[in-house]
Structures are given as C-alpha cells and as structure tokens.
Design a protein around this ligand. Structure first.
Ligand SMILES: *[C@@H]1O[C@H](CO)[C@@H](O)[C@H](O)[C@H]1NC(C)=O
Ligand SMILES: *[C@@H]1O[C@H](CO)[C@@H](O)[C@H](O)[C@H]1NC(C)=O
Ligand SMILES: *[C@@H]1O[C@H](CO)[C@@H](O)[C@H](O)[C@H]1NC(C)=O
Ligand SMILES: *[C@@H]1O[C@H](CO)[C@@H](O)[C@H](O)[C@H]1NC(C)=O
Ligand SMILES: *[C@@H]1O[C@H](CO)[C@@H](O)[C@H](O)[C@H]1NC(C)=O
Ligand SMILES: *[C@@H]1O[C@H](CO)[C@@H](O)[C@H](O)[C@H]1NC(C)=O
Ligand SMILES: *[C@@H]1O[C@H](CO)[C@@H](O)[C@H](O)[C@H]1NC(C)=O
Length: 773
C-alpha cells in the first residue's frame, strides 16, 4: 500500500523541458495521473492548481516549492473551476486544449498556428513552439495579475477577487496607449468607464508614445521603456539580485513588488504603488471615509451618517435622515448646519462652483437643497452632491471640507458650535491616538465620546468587500401594481410606447407606472433598453427607475413620480412659464444629467431623444431626464455607433440623416436646440411666426450676430433676464448646434460654460458648412 502511494505521488508531476504533442494533464486529488508539468529547476509548474476545495482546480502557473504555492498566472479565471475528469492536452494537431469534462473550452492559445511542442521555463514562462522551435505563444504575453522578473507588460493586469477567489476583481493596472501606467478602480465592474475619476495612481508619463512598456528586471528594477527602447521612468530602484521578483496587482487594489523566495515561506514586500492603503479607491463604500487605525485601514461614517449595513461590511454610509425637507426650519424642528471635517478630502464632484468666503460658502450650501457638502479652497466654494466618493483622511491639505448635517441653523449657532465642535474633534482625535495602545481603552473611550458628544461616528470593521454601488431594481407583481394604481384609474399621460399611470406604494411613495403596450416587439425592446439603461444609473437629474414588472404578457416600468409634469407642458404656456432663474437652473440640471450619461456613468449612454417633452420637473422644479426608450448604450471602449434615425424631428442632429456614425454629440445638438427653446420659451419651429423667425435657431443666430439679443427677451415675456447670462447661454446653444459634431462642445464643456467657469469663444454660424458647400 505504501509502495503504491509512493508510485502514484511520483507520477503526479513530470519534469520536462520539452512537452510533446499528445501529452496531457488531469487533476489528481489523490495523486493518480499527471497533474502538472514542472520547469527544469522545479521552481514553476503548469497545470491543475488545487483550490481551497480539494475537488476544485484552476489551470495555471505557480511556484510549487513555496509554502503559499504562489500562483502567478491562470487560464479561464472567470470560468467555473475544473474538477476531476477535466484535462489539458497538447493535441496532436497542435492546440493546447482545455476540457472541463462537460465541454471543450476555448483553447488556451488562440493563435491559429499549430504548436509542435511546449515548455515550462525556469523563469515562470510557459511557451508553445512551432516546428521551427520558434515561440508562438507565451503566458508572459497574457498576464493575469502578476509579472515576474524578465517579464514585460504592454497591456494590463486585472486583480483577483480575493486571495482564494482568482476571478477578475475590481482593479486594473493599465499600460495605456498614451504612455501612462494607471491603476483604476472599476467601481461598477466591467461596465466602468476608465476615466481619471476612477484612477488612483499613475506614472504621469502620458504623451510618451503608444508603445510604452512596463519592465521588471532580474534585479527588481521596474521601469518604463518607450518604443525606441529608452528608459522614460524608473518606478523602483535596482535591488539585490537574489532569487526572483514578482509584481502583483493585489486583490485589495495596491500594485506591489515582492522579493520572492522560490522555496519555503517568504515573499518580502519591496515596494507599493500606494504608500497609504487608504489611497486605494473602493476600500470604503460611498459616504464613508478611510483612515488608518493602528495601521489598519478602517472606514468611518461622517457625522449625520449611519452605516448602510449595520453588521459592518462596507456598504458605505447613508444620511440618518431622509427627505429634502429635513433642513427646512419648521416650528420647533431643527435645521441644518455645515459640519467641518478636519483633514478629510474626497473626489471632487462639484455641481456648482462659486467664488466666496468660507462663511458665504457654508451659507450658500445651506441655502441650496442639492448641496450636501462643500470643498473650500482659495475662496473657491465647490458644492457637492451625494454620494461622496473615495473619502479619506489626509493631512496637510489646504482644502477644507464641510458636510451638511442636521443641527442649528442660525449663523451665530454655526459659528458658536463650530468652535466647540473643532475642539471636540481635536479632542476625539487625540483620544483615539492615545487609545491605540490599548484596544480596550480605544473601544471604551470611543463609546464614551460617542455618547458624550452625541455625534454618530460609526466604526466599520476592517473592510474586505467593496460593492457599494449596485443599483437593485425591484420586481413588482402585476397584482401589486394593480393595487398601487387603483386598477390603473389615474392616467398621467401617453408616452412613446404606452400609457403612464399614477400609483402609490405602501409606504406612500408616489410612483409613475408606465405600461408598455405598443407593438409588442418595440415595446419589448424599449422595456429591455430602459431596464438596462436607467436601472444602472443614479443621478439627481435623471428620473429614477424603481422597478419593473415582467409577468406573462405584462410589461411595466415603475418610476419616481414627478409632480410637476414635463418641461414642455410649462415652457410653451404663458400661464405656467418658469421664470428666468428657474430656467437657468433647469438648463444646468439637464446639462448635468446629460454629462452623467455621457461621461460619468457605468457605460456611455446616448439618450437620442432629448426634447422638452422628455424633461420632467419635480416639486422643486428640479429637472430630470426621462424616457430612455430610444437610448443607445455603447460598449466600454466604443465611442460611436451606426444606427437608423432615432429621435424627434426638429431635435435630431444632421449626422443622423447623413448616415454618419453617431456619437454623444448627437445629444449635444438636441440639447442646443432645446436650450434656445428654454431661453425663448418658444418652440424650435413655429410656422405662425414672422418669416425670419420661423426657425428659432436661425433667428437666434441672426439676433446674436446683430447684437440684438434683447429681441429674444421680449419673446420670452418673462422678467429678470440677465443680459450677460443670456448671452452666455445663447453662445452655448449656438456651439451645441454646429453641423460638424466635432465643433460641438462635450457636455462637460457645456456645463463649465453655463456655470461661467470658462470663457466662451464667439460661435460661428451653425450651418456654415452647409452654406459654404
Ligand atoms: C521538442 O522535441 C521535438 C522532438 O523530440 C523536437 O523536434 C523539438 O525541436 C523540441 N523542441 C524544443 C523547443 O526543444
Ligand atoms: C470534452 O469533454 C466532453 C465531455 O466529456 C466530451 O464529450 C468531448 O469529446 C471532450 N472533448 C475532447 C476533445 O475530448
Ligand atoms: C469568485 O468571485 C466571483 C465574482 O465576485 C463570483 O462570481 C464567484 O462565485 C466567486 N467564486 C467562488 C468560488 O467563490
Ligand atoms: C533610471 O535609473 C537608471 C539607473 O538605475 C539611470 O541610469 C536612468 O537614467 C534612470 N532613468 C530615468 C528616466 O530616470
Ligand atoms: C517559515 O515559517 C516558519 C513558521 O512560520 C518558520 O519557523 C520558518 O523559519 C520559516 N522559514 C523560512 C525559510 O523563513
Ligand atoms: C438617527 O436619527 C434619529 C433621530 O433623527 C436618532 O434618534 C437616532 O439615534 C439616529 N441614529 C444614529 C445611528 O445616529
Ligand atoms: C433658523 O432660521 C430661521 C429663518 O432664517 C429663523 O426664523 C429661526 O429662528 C432660526 N432658528 C434658530 C434655532 O436659530
């Protein structure tokens, strides 16, 4: 029996410099058969890597002599694990085939050239050779989360979910084609758009050409080379040339270089991209801030906020009061104050920037329903909406942060309290520092302070998971909706694809229930589009989708109810026209909603049907974009699309009719048309108007050219128009409706121009191209 065991163990691997055609591996929980191929030194193995569950395996490359069995590469990491009965074969016709006993998977090497042998090399590279002994595929060319000494990275690394789950996680290190090496947090998984907002570390080497590579030398020197082979940046210095180095994008998001012993325990950390673990994004959920407590990153809620998941796992924090009225002072009920957050910062997401003193800034935020926090620096007051992202404790920053919390509202109250709070906060920090030494003291003093100060600091346990932003749609049954709408007895209106009814959910939340009824196929498409598009968005200026019903032939979408109806229903009626300031606010609201769709949300979305009918207003005249039935979702790396004409005549950009590709600039055009409508409170085309005023945009351009903008004011018939702002808005509108999409500004630029943060050059005639050709 013992002998048998010895034999089977000696069978379970083979040292082979040259793996020939027909060789195969299969997982061996009990040591039968061949489960991996070793490199000549035995330091690296290719084959079935045993997972925590001894019946499950990954196909990968690892260091078998190390105690941790360090995994450096894996195939099919997102597929289900392999079990007994699976096999890897270097087939007779030259493919490296994976079979999980249920099905044959994609071959590991997708190269069309047949291999004639393979080799597990001593540097950790697994290579397939053709009949001329030329390498046709190397594991070094398609790394997962690790690079080893001698390896070059020209694409990207993706972190693993955790130390034991090797599926693709939420972090990527990308060797960009602009030459910059960047760490990104994929806040929404694969749907995240890689924008600077999600980047937390980079080498600042952009502009160094499109073929920059990251290299790790034998001596642990990590550096960037450009296409001519010259060193453009040293990331780490040369180390002792001992053993082997490996750099891994860690499951927790840091990129780290280790000196790795090939045997026994021991990899020692040589270098980390983020010095402070709190620099890595996503460690703490939204509205919670990361701070080091006794070197352990910890997530805390700011005052006025409580944990979303009281059991500790990092879902982030939410306000401990709901409803926008909480800050309004009613008799006997407290208002709000701006609570100073010492040494705290977060990713700036200003929706409004003022120049103001600190006190004016606080007051401006208290006076603005949408403002939930401020960042103040150099007399710049940046109003912030929730959620606050990537909040962390920093020291030595000149930025001051304040968060709106329930409390006294009088300005005397603010100042008086501020001083007290300041001292209390300093005291808390001091105490916490002291308390680090004894964990017991920490806890008791923390509790003591909590009760004494009456502030609701919440300690989050050490954070492991990070899935703060999943938007979950609720599924309603038909009978629930029937009840909520009192058998569909109150109709709110007719949409493009069906009727909208008023409903009310058990907790008294009013909702708009849209029944999709038109041609079944189109209705179905709209249903899917809306679910896919707005189910995943969340923005103050987009109508919120609460849920859906998909039962038998019933298709319903359930939205937040917008009490003030559509912009179209007010704008073009003399009696309910919004005044000038409301119109300015509405334009900014829409612009920000569009900016979010185009640049800030999970995938780039082209709305395709921007018009006043699709802008809804809530109780407070906040404008929200609705009706995503025609929207086009672009894939993460796609920026343009070809599709049949969508949208509504009069608002549709010219490229739709020219069969050109469609980009987000098509929405910018529609926005421009709508912007001049909002300015003038008049429809884009009005056949009853004097001949030269029929087409609004042409008339607006003529007025602008002639310096006669006051004519527009007269048309609007509303008071309080500010000439300077009117001119800005007209110029923005004219830029947006340029025939050439490339000339139209991005929504980001539009927002900046409307806010007055950037200068606006004089726009050319919108159709200069047409008239000149
Ligand atoms: C592997 O072995 C085959 C036949 O034994 C030989 O033709 C081939 O050159 C070898 N390949 C390598 C890379 O040594
Ligand atoms: C892969 O596995 C399935 C199920 O065992 C089997 O039907 C199939 O023939 C296998 N493929 C190869 C190439 O052996
Ligand atoms: C690994 O993580 C992925 C993504 O989070 C998950 O879908 C999968 O079920 C996990 N696998 C295991 C074995 O826990
Ligand atoms: C990187 O370091 C090497 C020495 O290790 C030095 O020769 C080289 O100039 C450095 N390159 C840059 C871009 O600093
Ligand atoms: C490995 O770890 C064990 C205990 O953790 C220790 O006794 C041993 O000395 C270590 N070996 C090496 C090579 O560091
Ligand atoms: C939340 O606010 C309520 C009153 O507004 C208060 O009674 C409660 O203690 C607060 N909860 C936390 C955890 O701060
Ligand atoms: C809050 O503000 C209102 C209006 O500005 C004022 O009437 C009220 O007295 C203030 N409350 C307190 C507690 O200062």
């Amino acid at each position: 029996m013992l002998l048998l065991c010895l034999i089977t163990i000696s069978f379970s691997s083979a040292q082979s410099q040259n793996i020939s055609l027909g060789s195969s591996l299969s997982p061996t929980p009990n040591g039968r058969g061949l489960s991996y191929w070793l490199s000549p030194s035995g330091n690296f193995a290719f084959g079935f890597y045993p997972l925590k569950d001894p019946q499950q395996f990954l196909v990968g490359i690892w260091m078998p002599k190390t105690l941790e069995k360090v995994l450096v590469w894996s195939a099919n990491r997102n597929g289900p694990p392999f079990s007994v009965g699976s096999f890897v074969t270097l087939s007779r016709n030259g493919g490296l085939i994976l079979n999980n006993s249920q099905a044959q998977l994609e071959p590991i090497h997708l190269n069309s050239l047949p291999a004639s042998s393979a080799s597990m090399l001593d540097d950790g590279n697994f290579v397939l050779y053709n009949s001329d002994s030329r390498a046709i595929w190397e594991s070094f060319d398609s790394p997962t989360d690790t690079i080893l000494s001698g390896q070059t990275l020209s694409t990207k690394l993706s972190s693993s979910v955790s130390e034991t789950n090797h599926s693709t996680g939420k972090y990527q290190l990308i060797m960009q084609t602009d030459g910059n090496l960047v760490l990104y947090y994929l806040v929404d998984g694969a749907r995240t758009i890689l924008t600077p907002a999600n980047a937390y570390w980079f080498t600042r080497t952009q502009g160094k050409g499109d073929a920059v590579t990251l290299n790790l030398a034998q001596d642990g020197h990590m550096y960037l080379l450009d296409s001519t082979g010259s060193n453009i940046k040293n990331i780490t210095n040369s180390q002792d040339r001992r053993s082997i180095y490996r750099a891994r994008l860690e499951p927790g998001g840091n990129f780290e270089l280790f000196l790795q012993n090939l045997e026994g325990n021991g990899s020692s950390l040589v270098w980390s991209a983020a010095n402070d673990p709190c620099e890595v994004y996503g460690l703490c959920g939204f509205n919670s801030y990361c701070t080091l407590m006794d070197v352990t990153p910890t997530c805390l809620c700011p005052p006025g906020f409580v944990l979303i998941d009281p059991n500790g796992n990092s879902q982030g924090c939410q306000r401990n009061f709901t409803g926008e009225d909480d800050c309004r002072v009613k008799e006997g009920i407290q208002g709000c104050m701006m609570f100073p957050m010492e040494n705290i910062n977060w990713a700036d997401n200003a929706f409004d920037i003022l120049s103001a003193s600190e006190e004016e800034c606080e007051q401006a935020c208290l006076d603005d329903r949408a403002c939930m926090a401020i960042l103040f620096e150099n007399n710049q007051c940046k109003k912030q909406p929730l959620p606050l992202r990537y909040m962390k404790r920093i020291t030595g920053s000149s930025v001051k942060a304040f968060i709106k919390t329930a409390g006294q509202n009088s300005s005397a109250g603010i100042n008086g309290r501020n001083k007290g709070e300041h001292q209390k906060i300093l005291l808390i920090i001091g105490l916490i520092l002291m308390a680090f030494s004894i964990i017991l003291v920490l806890i008791s003093s923390f509790l003591y302070y909590n009760s004494r100060v009456g502030r609701h600091y919440q300690k989050l346990m050490k954070q492991v998971k990070n899935a703060p932003n999943e938007v979950n749609l609720r599924s309603f049954s038909y009978s629930e909706l029937e009840k909520a709408t009192h058998r569909f007895n109150q109709e709110l209106g007719q949409g493009a694809f069906g009727t909208v009814y008023l409903g009310s959910l058990p907790c008294n939340t009013k909702v708009a229930v849209k029944k999709l009824e038109k041609v079944i196929e189109e209705g179905e498409r709209e249903f899917q589009t809306e679910m896919n598009v707005i189910g995943k968005t969340h923005h103050r200026n987009l109508v919120r989708l609460f849920g859906y019903c998909n039962e038998g032939s019933h298709r319903f979408l359930v939205y937040e109810f917008m009490s003030n109806g559509s912009l179209a229903s007010h704008l073009f009626k003399t009696e309910s026209r919004p005044d000038w300031f409301q119109r300015v606010g509405i334009t900014l609201d829409i612009a920000r909603g569009l900016l979010y769709l185009h640049e800030e949300c999970v995938t780039q979305i082209i709305h395709c049907d921007i018009k006043p009918q699709n802008i809804l207003l809530d109780d407070f005249q906040t404008a929200k974009i609705s009706d995503f039935g025609l929207a086009k979702i672009l894939k993460p790396e796609q920026t343009r699309t070809y599709t049949g004409v969508r949208g509504t005549r009069g608002y549709v950009a010219p490229e739709w009719y020219k069969n050109q590709s469609i980009t987000v600039k098509a929405d910018v055009y529609s926005f421009g048309i709508m912007l001049v409508e909002i300015i003038c409170c008049r429809k884009a085309i009005e056949s009853g108007a004097p001949e030269d005023e029929v087409v609004l945009i042409d008339w607006v351009y003529n007025c602008f050219e002639a310096g006669e903008l006051e004519k527009l004011e007269r048309v609007a018939e509303t008071e309080g128009v500010e000439n300077k702002r009117l001119e800005r808005m007209v110029m923005v509108g004219l830029w947006c409706v340029q025939d050439d999409p490339a000339l139209r500004p991005s929504m980001k630029k539009v927002v900046l121009m409307l806010e007055g943060t950037v200068d606006i050059p004089r726009p050319p005639s919108p159709s200069s191209f047409i008239s000149s050709s």
